[in-house]
Design a protein around this ligand. Structure first.
Ligand code: 3H9
Length: 697
């Protein structure tokens, strides 16, 4: 028998204990072991029941995702679940930690389920671009009804044991060692004469309005296919006999396995975990973090302080004047009140955080004991240097000095202190207590343990932390500037901002670039254009129509007018005719005859600009791995997760075709569309970005 399954006899009960750390994924060896274990139990004299239990931190986290994309190996999981269910013995699953995907499907193959109070169950396959493929869409609705099953499957959420009990997914909750409580439960069932209870023999679920459920899942998925497909699979559980429903589910699962979306989402899953796993930090111990300082209590500083408080850190926030300090305290308290409303913290916790854990002060001397300080003041090098000079004077030796700058030179900031090794960039995204991305900007002199401390902080705050080198805009904002420019060029040449926004939201972006600009404030881009005007290359095409709008005092959502006009109380905006007028005037002035763009061309140019700039960043070493860039775009810029990120998108298109398009665009604008040398090299060598990820692992 496979060494992944321990087989034990306890009287009338055979125990199959899964031993496949870290999370008991259902690899081929585990599946084979469970199958053999069932056969052995059935063959052994005196065995009346089987208990399936997991060792370590989970019952089973699901199918082994690392096997996806490779030829499937027997025994197949759906057959195993059916085989467990069909056993003449009474089968009990005792669940602890997580039982996800195929893990829950194995448990649903058992006849009875007992779980620990803090156990979580779920069918999260949609997050991998799939649907449950081992009976989940057929068995779950027979227990919970169609609506609950669709909600659980299309959200992919983890259901806590008490709710799972209420929904009928599990039969009992009992605290204790999973094997001990499982054995007691199995014995009790045997003693009471309980019989086998195969879910497949239960009646199919009552019908619902399937088309409405499908439409809703499709809309919610914003272009993702699998949630809507899951609805159709659940529909099959109501309309087809169990065996036929299983075939329908299998076919859908196999078809989804072939999609780019499945590849993109699995890439995202593994990259999210690999991103903070840096070879350079192996064996490097981060410094201790108990209390941090935050300089500046505006939206950004208050968001950072909120995130830190919620993670259990103490915070000292510095503002210049009493009034600003008071406003900062209120801002943080408001954020924390939001956490109370969402049930994340209790009112008592809120009181403790706002009174004991948070200190707001106007004195830099209050920072003398903190372990790390994050400066979040105005984006001006002189202002930053003044702040760092004061930090240098008051902070204890070993304190990490971090800047939240989004584009300034962290090397220059570091050099202005007496301890450049302690200086790092920690670029949060607003609102910092909500947005998951944290760029960790490593300057030339930053000490390895300071980098490790940045990543340790990111982990405490629940962020996806990405290493970046120093350049204007680091990874995210530098790439953003380039794809925004590609969009601006398309506007000058004839595509409307509204067509562009629509094409890109149809592609899967949370928002189009012009709606984003309105949200962020048009004054930001205006200031950047002025800042960069002096160093501009003569061939650079920069539209000026939007500056005209800014000159009129219109800065987007906050002033009610930008690319769109926003009416109070209404969600979203409507196209602003003044923008169309200004664009037409600029086209006339430049002698441009506007042309039509298809949505496909819009997406292609936008994406090619993104990939090309990203490849330049990689070539320069600002980003270490393509997956780092993917995670920045996914977690900071609303990039559709089901594409995996721009580098994964490029791999899926084929780098050759991406380079070919870039070269063809370069015939119109050779300055903007200079192909990245790395892209050319990869194409010449027949390699892609994923090869670079693998080489860096
Ligand atoms: C499925 O079941 C399909 C079926 O319906 C049908 C099939 C026919 N496989 O996240 P962590 C690794 S689809 C392989 O850092 P946490 C993970 O990569 C599957 N490996 O810990 C990491 O490796 P490393 C449905 C897996 O405590 C390590 O385990 N199931 C798998 O924060 C620790 O993970 C899911 O989608 C796996 N299934 O979170 C569940 N799961 O240490 C996916 C984890 O080398 N998994 N690993 O970086 C999760 O949601 C989280 O990992 C979990 C633990 C909640 C389990």
């Amino acid at each position: 028998m496979s060494d992944k399954i321990a087989y034990e006899r306890h009287g009338d009960i055979a125990v199959l204990r899964i031993q496949n750390p870290p999370v008991n994924a259902l690899s081929q060896a585990v599946r084979a072991g469970l199958q053999d274990g069932m056969s052995r139990a059935e063959a052994e004299e005196g065995v009346r029941a089987v208990l399936i239990v997991g060792e370590g931190r989970a019952f089973i986290a699901g199918a082994d995702i690392t096997e996806f994309g490779k030829p499937p190996q027997e025994p197949y999981l759906p057959d195993l679940c059916n085989r467990i269910e069909a056993s003449p013995l009474l089968v009990v699953a005792s669940m602890h930690g997580v039982s996800l995907g195929g893990g829950l499907e194995v448990a649903l193959g058992a006849h009875y389920r007992i779980a620990q109070p803090n156990a979580r169950v779920g069918l999260p396959e949609v997050h991998l671009g799939l649907i449950p493929g081992a009976g989940g869409t057929q068995r779950l609705p027979r227990l919970t009804g169609a609506e609950a099953a669709i909600e659980v499957i299309t959200s992919g959420r983890h259901v806590m044991a008490p709710e799972a009990l209420e929904l009928g997914i599990i039969d009992r909750i009992e605290e204790g060692d999973p094997q001990t409580v499982g054995l007691a439960y199995a014995q009790e069932l045997l003693d009471s004469g309980a019989t086998r209870r195969p879910i497949s023999e239960m009646p199919g679920t009552a019908p619902i309005d399937w088309d409405a459920a499908y439409e809703a899942a499709f809309r919610k998925g914003r272009g993702q296919i699998s949630p809507a497909q899951a609805v159709r699979a659940v529909q099959a559980s109501a309309e087809e006999p169990f065996k036929v429903g299983m075939k329908t589910e299998r076919q859908m699962f196999v078809d989804l396995m072939e999609t780019d979306q499945r590849q993109g989402m699995i890439h995202a899953f593994f990259s999210e975990r690999a991103v903070s796993n840096l070879p350079e930090l192996k064996g490097v111990t981060p410094r201790d973090l108990h209390e941090i300082g935050v300089i500046g209590g505006g939206t950004m500083g208050a968001g950072i302080a909120t995130a830190a408080l919620l993670s259990g850190l103490k915070v000292v926030l510095i503002e210049m004047k009493d009034e600003a300090a008071k406003a900062a305290h209120e801002r943080i308290a408001g954020n924390l009140q939001g956490a109370v409303k969402r049930g994340k913290i209790s009112q008592d916790k809120y009181e403790a955080l706002t009174t004991e854990a948070l200190k707001v002060s106007t004195e830099y001397a209050s920072l003398s004991d903190v372990d790390l300080v994050i400066e979040a003041v105005f984006e001006d090098m002189d202002v930053k240097k003044q702040v760092f000079a004061q930090l240098d004077a008051v902070c204890k030796p070993g304190c990490v000095l971090a800047s939240n700058t989004s584009y300034l030179d962290v090397n220059e900031i570091a050099a202005s202190t007496s301890r450049p090794g302690d200086v790092i960039g920690l670029h949060f995204f607003s609102p910092a207590h909500v947005m998951k991305l944290l760029e960790i900007v490593v300057a030339d002199a930053t000490a390895p343990e300071v980098v490790a401390t940045g990543f340790a902080l990111g982990k405490m705050l629940g962020k996806v932390s990405v290493r970046a080198g120093v350049c204007d805009g680091f990874i995210g904002n530098r790439i953003l500037a380039t794809y925004r420019t590609a969009a601006d060029h398309m506007v000058l040449d004839g595509a409307s901002p509204y067509q562009i926004d629509k094409a890109l939201t149809d592609f899967g972006f949370a928002m189009g670039p012009f709606a984003v600009a309105d949200l962020a404030g048009l004054d930001i881009g205006w200031a950047t254009r002025k800042r960069k005007a002096a160093d501009r290359h003569p061939d650079e095409r920069v539209p000026t129509y939007i500056d005209r709008l800014c000159e009129q005092g219109h800065f987007g959502q906050k002033t009610g007018q930008g690319y769109y006009i926003y009416e109070k109380g209404k969600r979203g905006g409507v196209p602003n005719p003044e923008i169309t007028r200004l664009i037409e005037a600029e086209q006339k002035e430049r002698g441009i005859t506007p042309r039509d763009f298809t949505d496909r061309e819009i997406v292609r140019r936008y994406m090619c600009a993104m990939v090309n700039e990203a490849a330049k960043l990689l070539g320069e070493g600002i980003a270490r791995r393509p997956l780092d860039i993917d995670m920045v775009l996914l977690f900071g810029y609303g990039f559709p997760r089901y594409w995996g990120g721009p580098m994964k998108w490029a791999d899926l298109q084929g780098l050759e075709s991406v380079l070919r398009d870039i070269e063809s665009y370069a015939t119109e604008d050779a300055w903007f569309w200079q192909p990245a040398p790395l892209l050319k090299t990869l194409v010449a060598e027949g390699r892609n970005f994923d090869d670079l990820n693998k080489e860096a692992a």
